[in-house]
Design a protein around this ligand. Structure first.
Ligand SMILES: [Zn+2]
Length: 494
């Protein structure tokens, strides 16, 4: 059974048949694929609950009322003056949106429907401004002592004297200030009255308040919140004791790393956004990578050698899904579908060959090799293969077929391999026959197989290695291959 279904069943057992799955992010920088894991996990849970014939809605919350914490490496230095202001009130560093938070939210929100996620969008800044939090703020302030006791007990941390569960915004400078009893003091020498100030609940109180306000019953969150003494530990006690609300069913997920670069983090500059990934990954694959991994398991995304393998995995899962296989891979694919996907049989690695064999007309290559050669899916896969060749493909995947016969030295045995391949192609053989001809001739002549394959690559590419030989040779024009191999082998009629 897929991991989302036991989680959905637990949630239904705990909370009945009407659900709200919540997820969100603080839009402090580019929203990357690691952040998408939270949204995707929420969407998978939402779908799994709906498949169990319970009702479920998905909410995405922008924590745009959080303060700008520091001048991140991607910001201009003069942003120092905005540190401490809510993200919804800091200007856009690029000047193209009204505010900082919108600048980072918008490209992410635009990409979500492409990835099959269509949540109701909420913004903390709007919820506070419209009075959505008023009751919660009043309750929290009235019960300051209880909340402080819970936080101190669970975290083992001493709260400052005069602490209040409210972060006021300084009326003079627009930055969040520290409460001190009924007043506040901002770090810039201003003071004011807490009761008259705009502001927000601190995160540890804001989170449980929001569960109640939005009726959240299921929520995925990162392991930092899940740590012992972390915000889920305080949140569930504050929810029950202070707000009288049962905390949501928690699903903790791990981070996503980028192979060779470390954990994705926009502040550390290791971030690939979903929009950037769509250049090389199909939406279904972007979901499948997350759907096919248990939330608590780390994901290491390898956009180099790993990408063709990921495509092979998702293709196998899709086939299993088409065959009504009840297995976990097929279910992961079922939860990863975005649009109606037409059936096709073009492996990504072959698309990579096709765009390099004939950059102007890769469809011609697909017709030659009897692969699917039309439709938006095939076009999409060819486009992504081309982008991958440009952006990420390791050297070993790159080649260009030499238009002129390269001047290469081959042994007598190697020439016999080329003749055997030419004959196989002449008989109408495809990739398998070509691959066999190389193996069998090499074996029968007692050659090192590496030398047998090198003959093929030298004759076509002028180098010692290249893509898997059978499908590669089959992707080329037959007459061209026959003539080239016989020219190089010296067995040509002409
Ligand atoms: Zn101030």
């Amino acid at each position: 059974m897929h991991w989302a279904h036991p989680e959905a069943n637990d949630a239904i057992e705990e909370r009945g048949t009407e659900h709200v799955v919540a997820c969100g992010i603080s839009p402090s920088g580019p929203i990357h694929y690691g952040n998408f894991r939270e949204v995707a996990t929420a969407d998978l849970l939402n779908r799994a609950i709906q498949r169990s014939e319970a009702e479920s809605d998905l909410i995405w919350i922008s924590d745009d009322f959080d303060p700008l914490r520091k001048v991140y490496p991607f910001l201009p230095e003069d942003f120092e003056e905005h540190v401490g202001k809510p993200l919804s009130e800091v200007p856009d560093p690029d000047g193209c949106h009204d505010f900082y938070s919108r600048h980072f939210e918008e490209p992410f929100l635009e990409t979500l429907p492409v990835l099959g996620v269509e949540p109701e969008v909420k913004r903390a800044s709007e919820m506070y401004a419209s009075g959505g939090y008023s009751d919660a703020v009043a309750t929290a302030l009235y019960r300051t002592d209880e909340i402080a006791a819970i936080i101190e007990e669970v975290t083992g941390r001493q709260l400052p004297k005069g602490w209040r569960p409210f972060n006021p915004i300084c009326e003079e400078c627009g930055r969040f200030a520290d409460p001190a009893g009924d007043e506040y003091h901002c770090g810039h020498g201003h003071t004011g009255n807490l009761s008259e100030a705009r502001g927000k609940l601190p995160w540890r109180v804001d989170w449980p308040a929001r569960w109640k306000i939005l009726g959240v019953t299921v929520e995925p969150f990162g392991k930092d919140h899940a740590a012992s003494g972390g915000s889920y530990d305080t949140g569930r006690r504050i929810a029950r004791q202070v707000f009288g609300y049962e905390p949501p069913h928690p699903v903790v997920y791990e981070q996503i790393g980028l192979k060779g670069e470390g954990e994705m983090s926009s502040s550390a500059g290791v971030a690939v956004t979903p929009r950037q990934l769509l250049r090389v990954m199909e939406p279904e694959l972007m979901r499948f990578v997350i759907a096919s991994t248990r939330p608590k398991k780390h994901i290491e995304l390898d956009l180099g050698h790993g990408l063709p393998r990921l495509y092979d995995e998702v293709d196998r899962a899709e086939e299993a899904w088409r065959n009504d296989d009840p297995g976990v891979e097929a279910t992961a694919f079922a939860l990863s579908t975005v649009n109606d996907v037409d059936e096709m049989d073009l492996p990504f690695s072959h698309a990579v060959n096709a765009v390099q064999v004939d950059p102007d007309d890769p469809l011609k290559v697909l017709r030659r090799t009897h692969h699917s050669d039309h439709g938006p899916r095939v076009e999409g896969r060819l486009r992504r293969a081309r982008n991958w060749v440009e952006d990420y493909a390791p050297e070993s995947f790159l080649f260009s077929v030499q238009e002129e016969t390269p001047d290469v030295e081959l042994t007598g045995e190697q020439k016999r391999v080329l003749e055997a391949v030419a004959e196989a192609v002449e008989r109408g053989g495809g990739g398998d026959e070509v691959q066999n001809a190389i193996y069998e001739t090499g074996n029968s002549l007692d050659m090192a197989l590496g030398d047998a394959f090198a003959a093929v690559y030298r004759a076509l590419l002028g180098q010692d290695d290249g893509p898997r030989a059978g499908p590669f040779v089959a992707a080329l024009d037959r007459d061209f291959v026959i003539k080239r191999f016989r020219d190089v082998a010296g067995t040509s009629d002409g």
